[in-house]
Design a protein around this ligand. Structure first.
Ligand SMILES: [Mg+2]
Length: 216
C-alpha cells in the first residue's frame, strides 16, 4: 500500500475495523511541552485563542513573536521532540485494548523529515503501531488506506479541518475530536457537524466501542 505525498511504515490491514489516529495533542502532548520549550528559548505562549501564531510573545521585551520565528521554533521543537513530548494520559492503555479488535494507524501532519525521531519516541511509550507522516490533506490519506472496505472506520484528531476532510472523503467514519491540553480544549471552537467530542481517552474508547458494537 502506498499513500501519495507521504512517508510511512509498512501497513497491512486485517479484515477488521480501522482506527486512524493523529499524534500531536492526541497521543503525545504538544501544547504543554511546546510552552515549556518556548519558555526555555526566551518566549512564552499566552493562549487567548485556538492557535499558535499571534499568541507567542518575547520574554525579553513582551513583543509578539513574528510568524517566521514561531515557525523556526516549531521546527527546532520537532527536531528535539524526544526531549520534550510525553504521552497523553491513558492513550497507550486505551489503544492497546482497542488493538485487540481493530487495526491502528497513526497519521501525523508533521513534515516527514522528523519521522525517525517520532517513530522512536512512539515506540518508547508503547505506541507500536504503523505511522504515516504527510503534510497532504488527511481525508484522501484515510481513503487511500481504507479503500472500499466495509469495516468500521474511526478517525481521531484535534484539528477540525482534518476531521472535516475525512468526513468529506470517507463518509460514515466515526469522527472524534480529542484535545489533550485543558486550556486549548476550552478555547476550541465546535468541531463542526458530524464530529463527536471526546473529553479524554476513556471517553474516546467508550465512543469507539459503541460504534463497533452498532456495526456488528
Ligand atoms: Mg494534532
Amino acid at each position: 500500500m502506498l499513500i501519495p505525498d507521504a512517508e510511512h511504515d509498512n501497513i497491512v490491514l486485517g479484515e477488521r475495523p480501522l482506527i486512524v489516529c493523529d499524534i500531536d495533542e492526541v497521543v503525545l502532548e504538544f501544547v504543554t511541552p511546546f510552552q515549556a520549550f518556548l519558555t526555555a528559548n526566551g518566549h512564552e505562549l499566552r493562549p487567548t485563542s485556538f492557535r499558535l501564531n499571534g499568541n507567542v510573545f518575547s520574554l525579553d521585551d513582551g513583543g509578539e513573536t513574528p510568524a517566521d520565528e514561531v515557525a523556526r521554533l516549531l521546527e527546532a521543537f520537532f527536531t528535539g521532540q524526544d526531549a520534550w513530548q510525553t504521552p497523553v494520559l491513558a492513550a497507550a492503555d486505551s489503544l492497546a485494548r482497542l488493538s485487540g479488535e481493530a487495526d491502528i494507524v497513526f497519521l501525523t501532519a508533521m513534515p516527514p523529515r522528523h519521522r525517525a525521531v517520532r517513530r522512536r519516541l512512539l515506540t518508547l511509550h508503547g505506541f507500536d503501531y504503523p505511522m504515516i507522516a504527510t503534510e497532504a490533506a488527511k481525508g484522501p490519506a484515510v481513503l487511500a488506506l481504507h479503500g472500499s472496505r466495509t469495516h468500521p472506520v474511526v478517525f481521531i484528531d484535534d484539528i477540525f479541518v482534518n476531521l472535516q476532510s475525512v468526513r468529506q472523503h470517507v463518509p460514515g467514519t466515526l469522527l472524534l475530536n480529542l484535545i489533550a491540553n485543558d486550556i486549548f480544549r476550552g478555547l476550541a471552537p465546535h468541531p463542526g457537524e458530524g464530529v463527536d467530542i471526546a473529553l479524554d481517552w476513556p471517553h474516546a474508547e467508550e465512543l469507539i466501542r459503541a460504534h463497533f458494537a452498532a456495526a456488528r
